[in-house]
Design a protein around this ligand. Sequence first.
Ligand code: SF4
Length: 341
Amino acid sequence: MKPLLSGLGIDGINALAVAAGEPPFRARQLTEWVYKKLVLIPEKMHNLPTQFKNYIRDNTDCGSSVISERSKSGSGTEKLLLTMRDGNAVEMVIIPSPKRVTFCLSTQIGCPVRCRFCASGADGLVRNLLSGEIIEQLWHGSQIIGRLPDNIVFMGIGEGLLNFDHLAAALDIISSPDMIGLSPRRIVVSTSGYVPGIRKLAELGKPFTLAVSLHAVNDTVRAQIIPSQLRYSISEILEACNEYRKKIGRMITFEYTLLAGINDDDSAARQLAEIAHSQHAKINLIPYNDTGSEFKRPTPDKIRRFQQILESCHANVTLRVEKGSDANAACGQLRRSKTQS
Ligand code: SF4
């Protein structure tokens, strides 16, 4: 298969121009089209000579994914189902708020972690996404809103740190000033707690925000939520988080999906506050969004109480405002509804 134009990066574009027999300034022009103007169609690159446009079209894939479904919630959150060139599908979500627009991007088709509450992991991993396929999600979303997003969160389908090379290449394209140039501080990389990946992300040395899905305050409860193959102990995760914070200097966020009768009791709230204090971390509470799993969402009173205990312990806590549960917007739901139909 041809390489994706969107995923070439500066080095790949330079190599393409050399192979086409074009001078270096043509590579700079092409970089400008692809990453600054977000134009992937050679015909629209009016300052490139025809033979170079033909070479680009003949030797790269200038857009490998198509929007096969759009699903919008009452809150304005819009989920796109993108069909890739091999027929597989991924989701990306556009999340508007009064002051900014956030894109939620996927990193894998399916997910090998298989958290028991998650629709994305229910069928395991199909394959990793290429860096260009990650960038194309950003491209589709930007075409819809007419500009780049203000923030990007890698919280869609997949455990991105298990697709590290392609995620790192996409992060480089998105955050490098000579490519798309979004500040790394506006990019959140989420992980289920894959410790080797947290360390590799720290080695990149850029101030990406790390969000770690803790979901439990002890390993016994965590084992009920995340299967053993890719699960690390809480102490190992906290050690890696500590290293990340010291090296990168960014506050970490702990994501905590509230599951009725599993991890929502008062003592869990107090222990979670202690863990967050020890890591100088924020907590993001996410009431479980029904995916048809064995779990149940806590009652509104229980959710409020859990949050109040955290606040009374002076934890820095937010409750995720739900946007899009009416748009199949829980992670992986839209894709799953299609693969099962
Ligand atoms: S919650 Fe995230 S890590 Fe867990 S199965 Fe779903 S996509 Fe994978």
